[in-house]
Design a protein around this ligand. Structure first.
Ligand SMILES: [Zn+2]
Length: 276
């Protein structure tokens, strides 16, 4: 027989665990520590036992701050000399160890690429030095952290840029629960949309300087819209894309890659003896 613990027992377990975690945190925390991070850590239902966990939790809870900070840190670094946003070759025979992004959906990150790696002690997202606890400033005067390759804030920003839908609740709050397109109240199933679609960023803004490019993955290019509005927008975009591809093929300056349907058609034509 399974016996459910009484709520008082759960509370008691939480109190005991929190007391123990609080003691560990007190022992590990340095005299100087970001006040907002400590305040949040101590107000959690389960207090994180280590400063590093307190910092990670803080940035996870504030993805928009992390997004802003990561982009401003990247602005201090600028793009390395000779870098251009490129993607890994699809279907290449040789294994690709360049660490180039596989898709235009991933934010460009020059310092993650093999050619421009700065190594331990530097953040591979923004290119700036990483300090104690993955912090972005050397508030402890201990110099760069030779074991770290990411800022805690940049980890949170990277997650946000790659999966903004996970933060739909935060983005809805920013918009005061109104659809960014129709102005109507947002429904429960409202979706996160890139104002400028990422395929368009790759096609039309590829040569914009980094890190301004990162703005297309961050808050400036994100909005929440109701699902019906989103579906309509996607249908219009793919219609425009088809028309554009059609025009390009006629003009002969940007050949369209053959689709599976094209290949089947040409096979059928070959079987029928029609090679024209
Ligand atoms: Zn960083």
């Amino acid at each position: 027989m399974v016996v459910e613990p009484a709520s008082s027992e759960i509370l008691n377990f939480r109190d005991v665990r929190n007391r123990r975690n609080r003691e560990r945190l007190d022992r590990a925390i340095p005299a100087i520590f970001p006040a907002q991070v400590l305040q949040r850590a101590l107000s959690r239902p389960f207090v994180p036992p280590l400063p590093r966990l307190a910092i990670d939790g803080y940035w996870r809870a504030h993805p928009l701050r992390a997004d802003r900070l990561a982009r401003s840190l990247a602005a201090r670094s600028e793009a390395p000399e000779g870098w251009r946003w490129s993607l890994a070759l699809q279907g290449a025979r040789e294994p690709d160890d360049s660490r180039l992004a596989q898709s235009f959906r991933m934010p460009p990150a020059p310092y993650r690429e093999k050619r421009f790696l700065l190594g331990k002690g530097h953040c591979c997202v923004c290119g700036q030095r990483v300090y104690r606890f993955g912090w972005h400033e050397d508030v402890w005067g201990t110099g760069e952290n030779r074991n770290a390759e990411w800022h805690a804030a940049c980890v949170a920003a990277w997650r946000f840029w790659n999966a903004p839908s996970d933060q739909v609740a935060v983005l809805k709050r920013v918009q005061r629960h109104r659809c960014a397109e129709s102005g109507k109240r947002l429904w429960r199933n409202a979706e996160v949309d890139h104002k400028v679609p990422l395929f368009k960023v790759w096609r039309e803004h590829r040569d914009l300087e980094w890190p301004r490019l990162l703005g297309f993955w961050g808050l400036p290019n994100l909005r929440v819209i109701n699902r019906d509005v989103h579906a309509r927008k996607c249908a219009e975009e793919s219609k425009a894309r088809r028309q554009r591809e059609g025009r390009c093929t006629q003009g002969g300056f940007e050949p369209r890659l053959p689709t599976v349907r094209d290949l089947l058609k040409s096979l059928q034509a070959a079987e029928a003896g029609d090679f024209g």
